[in-house]
Design a protein around this ligand. Structure first.
Ligand SMILES: [Zn+2]
Length: 117
């Protein structure tokens, strides 16, 4: 996670500029890494594997509750679905974007790092 990456825009070197250790009620809940390209200034965030899974589980719980509720109720108010589902979809979308950024800007191999020195 901390190793230099290859910028998707300019093929420059992307380095970690900030590491954020997340705590939820004093319990470690994963790490976020802020990256910045030294050539073009592209910035993106990636997350540790544990944090990705934690956020996906936390986001999926309200959606699972909504699906269960939709089987119990004959008609579910649209406002209730939007209020309960929207935050989950935001978290899932953000996690998916960070995962995509991680794969679009791959880590440099030792050979690639040696050739740029
Ligand atoms: Zn770049």
């Amino acid at each position: 996670m901390n190793s230099p990456r290859i910028c998707v825009s300019c093929q420059g070197t992307v380095r970690v500029t900030k590491v954020i250790e997340h705590l939820t009620n004093h319990i470690p809940s994963g790490t976020s890494f802020l990256h910045k390209c030294s050539s073009c200034g592209l910035e993106f965030t990636t997350e540790s594997t544990g944090r990705k899974w934690l956020l996906l589980v936390v986001a999926a719980l309200p959606l699972a509750f909504l699906v269960g509720l939709s089987f119990l109720l004959t008609s579910m108010p649209l406002v209730l679905m939007a209020v309960m589902g929207f935050p989950s979809l935001l978290i899932i979308g953000r996690t998916a974007k960070r995962w995509l950024d991680e794969h679009r800007n791959p880590a440099r191999t030792r050979q690639q790092a040696a050739s740029t020195m």
